[in-house]
Design a protein around this ligand. Structure first.
Ligand SMILES: Cc1ncc(COP(=O)(O)O)c(C=O)c1O
Length: 417
């Protein structure tokens, strides 16, 4: 009998998965060059490194214009403000996402309206968007979660019918392609994060893709203290200093050199993972939508069926981590998210919009099931560790499943750990 590592047995994988981000002399040289140039910051916007990075990012991802920002939260706030969305406007966001997707509209003064997700992608459900539209709705922020993409065809149709702005939260989706177009280059705006865990990173950073020249100069003005960036150089706006620095842009330029090979490796191994997991009972590999032509593997999401697997996602994630597999049971429903609770009392919006901010009222069944029972996320590092990296995940899942089958009380004991 093989004891789970959680209870003192040998780990399935002893070797650490490769660290992120990888770096070498090129990063050191790029940063050194910026240090020597004396132009370290983001003023005047855009600096030479930043311009080079933005052009290369458009070449990678598509879109017409790009603005470099400090992070992938401000990008969304800037997009909303560039589109003149603010106080009292409603912005539809999925309930299954990182806090930033909902806090950005709040920071712009708008009301995030949380809706349910699609069990096949863990991304926003277009039918739920349609059902949440009111006369105050101005925008939708679909999130391309982990390795999946939201159904952008359906979302763009809804947006066109109701005259809504679409801001894609593509913080996880660098390099992803939907129906011939890059993630973030389909909606009116595409928001990317380059924070430490992201698959293109400078430690912190963000890019906002824009479809029109006007959106782009408005956004550039907002991030550059309100200075004019319109073609005539005349229009001042209400802005702040949200500029990316040249040091960040230099690191991103080197990151882009590595990106194609890293992406190709992740994609190839994710396909191998799809096949391997589909052999295991109690596991549901998320179906591939043929329009999602290239996946970006920020994390790899899949679902377990607790009745068949023998436990829900949280104990399985715990047991997997003990086996040496980087994994997570995923986001909580946004309306229960710890990070959100204090803001309820600090912002004036809850009193003005009690129907949206009385989170106890919300009950979104798909989000709750994926969050609390079935959803699992595997770390990106697995997909840079060759086939053995994937084989170890499959072996660990098999080991946990057999242990659960042998011992009906095990799931509870894991949960109590
Ligand atoms: C889905 C999603 N959106 C937005 C962000 C915010 O990005 P940043 O940390 O760069 O502000 C993150 C993560 O950090 C994220 O996971």
């Amino acid at each position: 009998m093989t004891e789970l590592a959680l209870f003192g047995g040998a780990k399935t994988r002893e070797a650490a998965y490769p660290a992120w981000p990888p770096h070498d002399e090129r990063d050191i040289e790029a940063v050194t060059e910026v240090v020597r140039s004396g132009n370290w910051g983001g003023f005047p916007y855009p600096g030479a490194q930043t311009r080079r990075f933005l052009d290369a990012f458009i070449a990678l991802q598509g879109g017409k214009y790009a603005v470099a920002v400090m992070n992938g939260t401000l990008t969304m706030e800037v997009a909303l403000r560039a589109a003149d969305i603010g106080w009292g406007d409603e912005v539809i966001v999925p309930a299954y996402t990182f806090q930033a997707t909902a806090s950005a509209p709040m920071m712009a003064g708008a009301v995030p309206v949380l809706v349910d997700i699609d069990p096949n992608t863990f991304c926003i459900d277009p039918a739920a968007i349609e059902a949440a539209i009111t006369a105050r709705t101005r925008a939708i922020i679909p999130v391309h979660v982990a390795s999946q993409m939201a159904d952008m065809d359906a979302i763009m149709r809804i947006a066109a019918r109701h005259d809504l702005i679409v801001i894609e939260d593509a913080a996880h989706a660098h390099g992803a392609v939907w129906n011939g177009r890059g993630a973030g280059a389909i909606g009116d705006f595409g928001s990317f994060s380059m924070q430490s865990t992201k698959i293109l990173t400078a430690g912190e950073g963000g890019v906002l893709l824009c479809q029109t020249e006007e959106q782009a100069w408005r956004a550039a003005s907002i991030i550059d203290c309100g200075r004019p960036h319109d073609p005539a150089g005349e229009l001042y706006t209400q802005g702040g200093n949200y500029r990316m620095t040249e040091l960040q842009a230099a690191l991103l330029n080197v990151g882009l050199e590595r990106f194609p090979a890293q992406s190709a490796m992740r994609e190839e191994l994710a396909a191998y993972m799809d096949e391997a997991l589909s052999e295991l009972p109690g596991i549901r590999v998320l179906p591939r939508d043929e329009r999602h032509q290239r996946r970006a593997i920020y994390c790899y999401t899949f679902a377990i069926e607790p009745d068949d697997f023998g436990a829900t996602n949280e104990p399985v994630a715990r047991a997997l981590m003990a086996e040496g597999i980087p994994c997570w049971s995923g986001y909580e429903p946004m309306y229960r998210y710890d990070l959100f609770q204090p803001t309820q009392s600090r912002l004036p919006v809850p009193s003005a919009f009690p129907e949206y901010f009385d989170y106890s009222r919300l009950h979104l069944p798909v989000t709750e099931r994926i969050s609390g029972e079935t959803g699992l996320w595997l770390g990106e590092a697995i997909f840079r560790a060759g086939k053995q990296g994937v084989d170890d995940v499959v072996a660990a899942l098999g080991k946990i499943q057999s242990a659960l089958a042998r011992d009906p009380g095990l799931a509870e004991r894991i949960a109590a750990q």
